[in-house]
Design a binder for this molecule. Sequence first.
Ligand code: SDX
Length: 437
Amino acid sequence: MSETVAIHYKDAQGAEQKIELPVITGSENEKGIDIGVLRAKTGFITLDPGYMNTGACQSAITYIDGDKGILRYRGFPIEVLAEKAKFLDVAHLLIYGALPTKSQLLNFENEIAQHALLHEDMKEMFEAFPKGAHPMAMLTSMMASLSAFYQDDEGAAGEVFDLNVVRILAKVPSLIAYGYKRSVGRPFMYPSTKLGYCENFLQMMFSLPTEPYEVDPDYAEVLNQLLVCHADHEQNCSTSTVRIARSSRASLFASVAAGVCSLWGPLHGGANQEVIEMLQWIKDDGGDVKKVVELAKKKDSGFRLMGFGHRVYKNFDPRAKIIKAAADKLLGKLKVSDPLLDIAKELEEAALKDAYFVERKLYPNVDFYSGIIYKTMGIPVKAFPAMFALGRMPGWIAHARELSNDPANKIGRPRQIYTGPNVSSFVPLEQRAGARS
Ligand code: SDX
């Protein structure tokens, strides 16, 4: 007998009614009430601003246990993947559901290396951006413009879709690097088919035509770890944006561009930029972390501890642990100390001892330490959200593919409870009060 939930309610005539709704149980025993017939049978909808308690779909890609601080991509713990897997290994795992065989990985890497070149006309598009353009303004535009350069009819999945997967994974590093070169007035550097994914990105970002450039293997290694840690995170804000865009059968380029836009917000992927700016402000202001913790507790201050808190994790974000250790290892190896890392650690210690943060289960999240590493590599702070997007590409693609391949998929179209004026009569121009709400 399958599990159900009963809802007792009064119908439009005031009569007591009851409806039994099926319970869906996931592979990790998560339970959801299937309300698919609720409105048709009862006239009621559910209301859940911010989708705090609402599941948008069933998905087999990523599992998070927020209380235990667990994150797994297709069942593989993030700690293992961050240590043992290459980013393109993980991209293949997320998108196609399995770690690639040696020949599949080689083929995937070669295809991506071959497609890293941008259409030469894209250079003129970069030249059109004003010098101070934010890297995410460039990335959102250039990601959507890929639809103009590659117009093959994509369909839900299959050859063209797989080609567009390769095109996105291949060209996003080039798009970010070209945006950076544009911002500093230096020549674009072409990708090389001889380098690995992370090495290629670093050389496009930092090499110059005037001198030889050696990729620092420590930077390539830690960049790989960062990209793996950012690769997916189930139904977060930007992935939900990609899914709802894709549900209208928008192209993969357009759906991913929508995700880039949504990720940019300072409460989401834009937080890694905000964290460094916050740490720099604390340092310039004398480094008093206790003062900052107190400020973050004041509701009316409008200030939040950026890089802290999470909708799902009510324990340590496992990615924050990995990235914090990677930051320590990199700076230790380079024998550099970064006062912002010291301030971050002091801030973490002070917050985790404070009742306000403990009661609300606010811990460092993925964004709290990542900026320290990007900054050490010489990546400009404003480009940090673009680095988050680079890492998240496989996750967005995986969810777009999963949704497209679901025969039961319907266009996403939430309902609402209307609270505006009831039917109103038209008011002639000379009689209008004009009060705006
Ligand atoms: C990402 O969803 C994902 O999976 C996202 C992500 C991914 O991989 O895709 O993990 C990436 O976006 C990480 C989060 C990056 N954002 C930040 O670091 C910005 C700072 N953090 C927050 O603004 C906040 O914690 C959120 C946005 C992350 C979560 O917000 P929620 O779940 O809506 O929680 P809330 O705003 O309702 O806060 C609950 C309480 C409130 O206090 P009370 O009203 O209960 O008194 O906690 C407080 C908040 O004021 N609070 C904070 C705080 N975060 C929450 N107070 C101070 N500083 C903070 N950072």
